[in-house]
Design a protein around this ligand. Structure first.
Ligand code: 0O2
Length: 229
């Protein structure tokens, strides 16, 4: 279901729903819970982005270069949340989303070199207020598609008006080259009309291999120029 269909279905159902008072109240409650959840996750994203910027600038003071090339973030849309809950056979509630979807808040960090990715992972791991709850190294162990990236899910404390709450943030860390492949492959695969044959999947995997070789070569050149081991 695309965005348009989602809203059409929701609006079609609304008049019937709002005639029933208790359903209307439930609807308002769900909506309010969802807004609160969105605020919490949005704040968690800001906490991680600020930490990453501080780590990046500290690195630049120490080593006269920045390991982070770019930082992007996104909150999963309500449609994607509902789609993922449906796919996993879970109830369509904010509670189920909070317990089972660890990627509602997402940050993508692009680095120049592979070694920068591990430096960023190390810097994040050293924070004693961030709790790493999931860690996957798809650089050492690429996915069958050829996808490479380092994934962390970090539970982040958010200081609200009257309490401290934790929210998970998925952080995908990869080189500019890995990001180039992942973005284009994602676009190609998720196009509604896309017919991805096994041959095309294999071609995409081969492209990922070539890109990985180039990444390694750039890393070697960087080390050589800077007299690093
Ligand atoms: P989107 O639209 O990017 O958010 P999960 O699927 O998260 O419940 P898992 O197995 O922990 O479970 O996830 P995984 O595979 O570690 O990471 C999922 C995310 O990694 C995906 O999110 C993509 O962003 C990215 N990813 C994983 N495999 C590929 C791939 O082959 N190609 C590309 N381009 N990206 C990939 P979503 O939710 O699938 O999509």
């Amino acid at each position: 279901m695309d965005d348009k269909d989602f809203y059409i279905e929701a609006l079609d159902n609304l008049p019937a729903l709002v005639e029933n008072k208790s359903v209307k109240e439930q609807f308002q409650q769900v909506f309010y819970d969802f807004l609160q959840l969105q605020h919490l996750y949005d704040s968690a994203i800001e906490v991680v982005k600020t930490s990453l910027s501080i780590l990046d600038s500290e690195f630049s003071v120490k080593f006269q270069r920045n390991p982070i090339h770019n930082i992007e973030s996104r909150l999963k849309s309500p449609q994607s949340i509902i789609g993922k809950l449906r796919k996993k056979g879970l109830p369509l509630t904010t509670d189920a989303a909070q317990k089972n979807l660890l990627d509602m808040a997402g940050i993508r960090v692009t680095c120049c070199y592979i070694s920068d990715i591990y430096a960023v992972v190390e810097m994040l791991s050293q924070r004693d207020d961030f709790v790493i709850i999931k860690q996957k190294d798809y650089i050492k162990n690429p996915k069958p598609s050829g996808y490479r990236s380092y994934h962390l899910v970090v539970n982040v404390p958010v200081y609200l008006w009257s309490q401290k709450k934790y929210a998970p943030v998925e952080i995908q860390i990869r080189t500019i080259a890995m990001d180039f492949w992942a973005s284009l492959e994602h676009q190609l695969k998720y196009k509604p009309s896309a017919a991805i044959t096994p041959e095309i999947s294999e071609e995409l995997r081969v492209c990922a291999e070539r890109i990985a070789e180039t990444d390694m070569q750039m890393q070697r050149i960087f080390m050589e120029i800077n007299n690093l081991d």
